[in-house]
Design a protein around this ligand. Structure first.
Ligand code: F6R
Length: 259
């Protein structure tokens, strides 16, 4: 796992955007896995700037998102489909038919999850998966106690995630946050050829510490990335502040990035 420690989230977002932009340039038909939440918003803004400046085009890119709240319509202003349309898809030249978000209103959610996995496989698998990390160490909605081999399925949110999501979204209303979601599994995520995880702020420091320097455990599902051979973490000083080998990781990743 390469840990890129940046002075702030603006620098980290630009560096992560550069990695994605380089892939899109190299392979204009690449398959991206995308995340929602507050963390990737700046990075999506950077990618939108690149499109506007005609440095890259998403015309032939296909995307699959990590998760969606169960029970929310795609038109609901707190749904992840709505979030993606507003924060990225409307700002770039992607074809909306090439973007995929799990259907939170699926009548048969199990079938929906299976079909989602099959569609990713048919597309040739995910070339690069964008991730955030929950303060409890989750990736996608894979909460503590989820198998590190899990596949896309219906999952249950912890009280801490419900609280975090109410604070940042849902106008702070705890009882409006759905308690279930459809989510890519940890095993599904780990099949992506490259993984790019972003983490900002002191509130993520314990989760980052657990992911990088804790044992690999289903209690911190992000720790599964320790077994991935092309995982990148772009974080700010605060999120990296509890890492024992912070300076070493910063030096090593800078050297690797220079080539
Ligand atoms: C979002 C997702 C979640 C978030 C995580 C962090 O699609 O899968 O795992 O990445 O909850 O959320 P923020 O970025 O809002 O702190």
């Amino acid at each position: 796992m390469e840990i890129v420690v940046c002075k702030d989230k603006a620098e980290a977002s630009r560096k992560a955007a550069d990695m994605i932009a380089a892939l899109v340039k190299r392979n204009p038909k690449c398959v991206l896995g995308l995340a929602t939440g507050s963390t990737p918003v700046l990075m999506y803004g950077e990618l939108a700037k690149d499109v506007k400046a005609k440095k890259i085009s998403f015309r032939q890119v296909k995307t699959w998102n990590l998760d969606e709240y169960y029970g929310l319509a795609p038109t609901h202003d707190q749904s992840y489909r709505y979030f993606m349309n507003e924060n990225l898809f409307k700002k770039i030249d992607i074809q909306i038919k090439n973007t995929h978000v799990l259907n939170g209103l699926a009548k048969d959610p199990v079938k929906e999850c299976k079909a989602y996995e099959a569609a990713i496989k048919r597309a040739g698998g995910i070339d690069l998966q964008v991730l955030g990390i929950g303060s409890d160490g989750h990736i996608a909605f894979n909460e503590p106690g989820t198998s590190l081999k899990s596949r896309t399925s219906v999952v249950y949110l912890t009280p801490s995630t419900i609280k975090d999501n109410a604070r940042l979204f849902f106008h702070g209303k705890l009882d409006e946050v759905p308690t279930r979601a459809l989510s890519m599994g940890v095993g599904t995520i780990c099949e992506a050829k490259r993984v790019v995880l972003l983490a900002f702020g002191k509130g993520k420091a314990d989760a980052v510490k657990g992911m990088v320097e804790g044992g690999m455990s289903q209690f911190c599902t992000a720790s599964a990335l320790q077994a991935h051979n092309d995982a990148w973490v772009f974080c700010d000083e605060d999120a990296a502040s509890k890492l024992k080998l912070k300076d070493y990781y910063a030096w090593r990743s800078a050297t690797v990035l220079k080539g």
